[in-house]
Ligand binder design. Structure first.
Ligand SMILES: Cc1ncc(C[n+]2csc(CCOP(=O)(O)OP(=O)(O)O)c2C)c(N)n1
Ligand SMILES: [Mg+2]
Length: 393
């Protein structure tokens, strides 16, 4: 994909595939026959959609970063380098809107919103706090029931019991639906997460928790908040099914989640998936310089070589499938036609993001009235003549 030197992490600016990293990328998919079969069965449409989804997420972040530099917004929380951990799993779900599966995205999973069907314009409006934004200007943590996206609260860990509750509701309804959320490595240290894991396991709920280990929680390194077993071991303690996937390999993320989805739909949930990945920026745009000092440069270099988009693009370009015809070919013999297909997908996504940004900026003529902050916070009292105790705002 096109690189953006003013906004990309330096490791991505002149990115080129590292042969050893690409060997590992392929080996990861080959290592498990179930995942390999899943990847082999993916349609051209799906393969390109996974690519487009990650590009969209990256560009969404780049546009936000540009707005921060221009003073349009004060800061932004980005998922740069972690796109595969979000996009791969979402594509394994039934994205049937109000009737389909449900995701609870944390701030690092913004890409889940658009992959579930929300418009990027609405996501941008969330940041701009316009009156027509999904939260009517209240919060940039956005969702929409019509898309199967639970609007998150900013407290990390608090979504986990909500997701378990959704799983319980689905089971009681005899439905095949499931719910999925991501839990950051830092969030695993909240009590609510453990209550949710335990409840889900004891009740065998159709839920998927993805522990998204990006090696850091705000400014606290993993080693300073985590002394126990590897996250992939945790599920055993709770009595849940588990698997690990490479958080920078969208195919591995997708195939592992498909496996988890099947387990949940057949009543063998919950599943804890653990993903190793890396936050290529700061906690948000304000602390990028501090974040660079948290880790040695070699760590950024290591993960920079594993750019999830660059690696997947290389895999597609050099692969044994001609994306323009859908026909199998000798590996590496369709590089040029595959490049054209991916360039077309990228151009479409770029145009989509550009017009979404314009649309959202145009909404700034409609900012919420201050008084509206107290509207819609509580549901209607059933009996308005007897409102009960006054709500405290
Ligand atoms: C319960 C709670 N404590 C503290 C915070 C402040 N906070 C916001 S994000 C964050 C770090 C979360 O780290 P992690 O779960 O690893 O997610 P990441 O930001 O790395 O994606 C913290 C401490 C919060 N939002 N909620
Ligand atoms: Mg983290």
């Amino acid at each position: 994909m096109q690189r953006y030197p003013a906004f990309d992490p330096p490791e991505y600016v002149d990115w080129s595939p590292d042969p050893e990293v690409m060997r590992q990328f392929r080996a990861t998919i080959e290592a498990d026959s179930g995942r390999r079969d899943c990847v082999e069965r993916l349609s051209v449409e799906r393969l390109v959609a996974l690519y487009a989804g990650m590009v969209r997420f990256r560009l969404h972040d780049i546009f936000l970063k540009r707005w921060v530099r221009q003073g349009v917004i004060s800061k932004a929380w980005l998922g740069t380098g972690e796109e595969a951990t979000t996009v791969g799993p979402v594509h394994a779900l039934d994205r049937g809107g109000e009737e389909g599966d449900i995701v609870g995205p944390m701030i690092r999973n913004a890409g889940a919103c658009h992959e579930m069907g929300m418009s990027v314009a609405d996501m941008f409006r969330g940041y701009l706090a316009t009156a027509d934004s999904p939260t009517r200007g209240r919060d940039l943590h956005i969702g929409g029931r019509e898309y199967g996206v639970i609007t998150p609260v900013s407290l990390v860990g608090s979504l986990a019991p909500v997701i378990a509750g959704l799983g319980l509701a689905f089971r009681l309804q005899g439905s095949k639906r499931l719910a999925l959320t991501w839990v950051g490595d830092g969030a695993t240290k909240t009590g609510e997460v453990h209550e949710a894991f335990n409840l889900a396991a004891v009740q065998r709920l159709p839920v998927i928790f993805i522990i998204q280990n990006n090696q850091v929680a705000l400014g606290t390194l993993l080693d300073d908040h985590h002394a126990g077993a590897d996250f992939s071991e945790w599920a055993r303690v709770y009595g849940a099914a588990c698997a690990a996937f490479d958080g920078n390999n969208v195919l591995d993320a997708h195939a592992a989640t498909r496996w988890a989805v099947e387990k949940c739909r057949s009543g063998e949930g919950p599943v804890l998936l653990s993903a190793e990945t890396f936050r290529m920026g700061g906690h948000a745009t304000h602390d990028e310089a501090e974040a660079r000092e948290l880790f040695p440069p070699e760590t950024f270099a290591f993960w920079g070589r594993r750019d999830p988009i660059g690696c997947y693009e290389t895999w597609l370009l050099e692969g044994a499938l001609d994306l323009s015809t859908g026909e199998p070919v000798a590996p590496g013999s369709a590089v040029e036609s595959n490049r054209a297909v991916l360039a077309e997908a990228e151009a479409a996504v770029t145009a989509e993001i550009e017009s979404a940004a314009e649309e959202a900026l145009a909404s700034r003529t409609d900012m919420p009235a201050a008084e509206s902050a107290v509207e819609g916070v509580y549901g209607e009292w059933p009996d308005t003549s007897n409102p009960g105790p006054a709500p405290f705002y």
